[in-house]
Write a protein that binds this ligand. Sequence first.
Ligand code: FES
Length: 115
Amino acid sequence: MRTSYLVNLGNVNDIPLGQGACYIVKGAEIAVFRARDGKVSAIENRCPHRQGPLSEGVVGNGKVVCPLHGHKFDLASGEGTEKGECVRTFEVREQYGEIVLDFPVGGLTPEGRKD
Ligand code: FES
């Protein structure tokens, strides 16, 4: 039984190095980041604090800083620096210059959780 879809999000150069962008995938907002070394990572876009757009946050040292109140989230684990806060992470990679996201069938619903 299929548990995820591979979704092509387009050219990796659409995201400048050191920045993020928001993509809508099956109705869910996904923040994709491209580190200065070219590594891509993906997390859910909405901050669990007050729904700030994480794709617009500052990226550095493997973390993103929420643009609204400055809470930080690890791009690999989704773990936040504030107690009890974390965001979903997604498998993503660059393949032949395209961003390929591994998106769970259940999306951001509890059924879509792999953990
Ligand atoms: S909305 Fe993100 S820190 Fe407040």
